[in-house]
Design a binder for this molecule. Structure first.
Ligand code: PMP
Length: 403
């Protein structure tokens, strides 16, 4: 079968108008294709009205667009629309689950297992609910190559384990935990599983029905969509049993001063005016991505990663942290003597954008003994061989100066 052409920089206005820019900070946020910007602008120009309220045609059109976006998200991850809750992002989605499910279900001594790879967004909400409930957070250690230590995980699992929360792809190292094995093991002790898809969703097709987890979360802006919009997918029976977490308009059935009853999920979790224009942008992004050749994109990203890893081998004193074979197109680099911040500054002067620091993964950096953090190169479908060539050449120059 012929492959569709890969999307190129011309479809991304920011990249098209900055031809010299090498954007290698995709794990922080992705650039937006024109179709996403157009969809959001068209919504504001043609259909702008608040949703689920208006006694007018514009209000109906806006509501239709909002609910159509929910269906698009559901289709994209093979879920049902009533299982999709719109949130501000992955962070808010995890906070929602920790607060509502965790706050109502966790008892003193119950255990929440988190991998050492996790982003702070998948640690701190659990710590907050643990403080309230007396539940205990148990970190799952890693092997030397950055992969989850499955033997240690299975030893930690037990009758008190209620939740296992892991990422699909580490934002700091790119390592992808073995989700099928983790989920099967968690099931054997009746624990629920939350998968943080913030990084994985842009690189791997997701089918939540096949995955077997209970919650899946992601952010629009990391999958070529707008900021301010994210997704929580949850199993209907679990969402239905979860209490509201924020109160206000939209999430109620009936309000009186004697008491209030709540709308069913997902609206029970969407208090106030939602980011409806952004849901239209997100739907445009997901429809656009779904229409691409995702296998060819994954092969392209893997080839670029290999080009990078191969080039790094010839650079003195540079090392990729996390060598597990199950990896997405993210590389965290450390340098012999040079500080990652200094290297990044030199790269920035050559129009190459990367991220440095601990990547909101403090416990991971502590476990790796990396007090200076790393320099992270994170790829997306619009990156090219020439981007990697330029990065490698700039790294070589920089290190000659700094080391
Ligand atoms: N989880 C992971 C793995 C992430 O990379 C990020 C964003 N860096 C988040 C969660 C949080 O996403 P957001 O800030 O968009 O809510």
């Amino acid at each position: 079968m012929d492959h569709l052409p890969l999307p190129d920089r011309a479809s991304f206005p920011l990249l098209a108008t900055n031809p010299e820019l090498v954007w290698l900070d995709n794990a922080a946020t992705t650039q937006k294709p024109r179709v996403v910007l157009d969809a959001e602008r068209r919504f504001y120009e043609e259909s702008n009205a608040n949703v689920h309220r208006g006694g007018h045609r514009l209000g109906h059109a806006a509501t239709e667009a909002y609910e159509a976006a929910r269906k698009t998200v559901a289709r994209f991850i093979n879920a049902r629309p009533e299982e999709i809750v719109f949130t501000r992002g992955a962070t808010e989605a995890i906070n929602l689950v920790a607060y509502s499910w965790g706050g109502s279900q966790l008892k003193a001594g119950d255990e929440v297992l988190l991998s050492t790879l996790e982003h702070h967004a998948n640690i701190v909400p659990w710590q907050l609910v643990a403080q309230r409930t007396g539940a205990v957070i148990k970190p799952i250690p890693l092997q030397e190559d950055g992969q989850i230590d499955m033997t240690a995980f299975c030893t930690l699992l037990g009758p008190r384990t209620r939740m296992v929360a892991v990422s699909q792809m580490s934002n700091a190292l790119g390592v992808c935990p073995p989700l099928a094995q983790l989920i099967a093991a968690a099931r054997s002790v009746n624990a629920l599983v939350l998968v943080d898809g913030a990084q994985g969703v842009a690189h791997q097709s997701v089918d939540v029905s096949a995955l077997g987890a209970d919650f899946y979360v992601f952010s629009g802006h990391k999958v070529f969509g707008p900021t301010g919009i994210g997704v929580l997918w949850g199993r209907t029976e679990i969402l239905d049993a979860m209490p509201p977490w924020q109160g206000g308009g939209e999430m109620i059935e009936r309000v009186s001063f004697d008491g209030t009853t709540f709308a069913p999920a997902p609206r029970r979790f969407e208090a106030g005016t939602p980011a409806f224009a952004q849901t239209v942008g997100l739907a445009a992004a997901l429809d656009w991505l779904a229409a691409q050749d995702r296998i060819a994109i994954a092969q392209h990203e893997t080839a670029l990663y290999q080009q990078l890893a191969e080039g790094i081998r010839y650079l003195d004193g540079v090392r990729i942290v996390g060598t597990a074979p199950e990896k997405g197109p993210i590389a965290s680099l450390v340098f012999g003597r040079a500080h990652p911040y200094d290297v990044a500054q030199f790269l920035d002067e050559r129009d190459i954008a990367v991220r440095v620091g601990s990547h909101c993964a403090g416990p991971l950096m502590q476990s790796l003994g990396l007090s200076q953090g790393t320099l992270r190169v994170s790829l997306a479908l619009y990156n090219t061989q020439s981007d990697i060539d330029r990065l490698l050449a700039a790294l070589q120059d920089t290190l000659e100066l700094l080391q």
